[in-house]
Design a protein around this ligand. Structure first.
Ligand SMILES: [Zn+2]
Length: 236
């Protein structure tokens, strides 16, 4: 789950904090800060971004228009999460925690990593269950396309790795290598954590992937651009 930096409350032209009278007014600012990707499943949601209330509107109406309570979510994550949490307590969220190292992505789907400390695992599992991150394609529901999209992303990333490895040995100059790295990284359009895992041995590609998309909390990755294994952000 890509950890994000959403930044401070967006400003008006006169430098004052924006005061949203309707939470939907925050959509453009959220897109500008985070890109059009679901904050939970990482799917590209250019066509249908929802504003996600971390603490549900029905449970914390006082936070309905608060910037600090917003993320971006796909329809599936948003509908499944619904009002099933009270607030942030007992969960991890990608705007406050380092969520980069908690989940394992494979051809079989997403899972909570086995080797996490128990207290971390409990929180990671709670968020995993809150949005049913590994729900299989449900043919009775026309809304949940996450599993299929993730599978396509998996194939795309494996193909990109194959092309990268074929061309790398015959890449003769730093400029050509730079172009090759960008070619691989630019093919990634969502499901970043899956790409980071597939390109685990190629720090330049991981760096380009993480820097390509707005709002990634780059401080949650080490010098080789692998996720750091601390739930707390280094700046918190
Ligand atoms: Zn989602």
């Amino acid at each position: 789950m890509r950890p994000v930096n959403k930044g401070a409350i967006p400003k008006n032209a006169d430098g004052s904090d924006k005061n949203f009278t309707d939470y939907k007014q925050a959509k453009d600012d959220l897109r500008t800060r985070l890109g059009s990707f679901c904050s939970y499943c990482e799917m590209n949601i250019d066509n249908q971004p929802d504003i996600e209330h971390i603490s549900p509107k029905s449970k914390k109406p006082e936070l309905e228009k608060e910037w600090n309570n917003f993320l971006v979510a796909c329809k599936s994550c948003n509908i499944i999460k619904d009002n099933n949490n009270e607030d942030r307590d007992g969960f991890v969220f990608p705007d406050t925690h380092n969520t980069a190292f908690l989940y394992n992505y494979s051809i079989l789907g997403v899972s909570v990593k086995d080797n996490l400390p128990n207290d971390v695992k409990i929180l990671a599992t709670a968020t995993f269950n809150l949005v049913q991150l590994n729900r299989k394609l449900d043919t009775s529901s026309r809304t949940d396309d996450r599993a299929l999209a993730r599978l396509h992303a998996w194939d795309k990333a494996q193909d990109a790795l194959k092309d990268f490895l074929e061309l790398l040995p015959v890449t003769s100059t730093p400029e050509k290598k730079h172009a090759l790295v960008n070619l691989a990284a630019n093919t990634c359009n969502g499901f970043f954590s899956l790409w980071i895992q597939i390109f685990k041995d190629y720090p330049e590609v991981k760096k380009a992937i993480l820097e390509n998309v707005r709002g990634t909390a780059i401080e949650c990755y080490d010098e080789s651009f692998n996720p750091k294994e601390n739930l707390r952000r280094s700046d918190s």
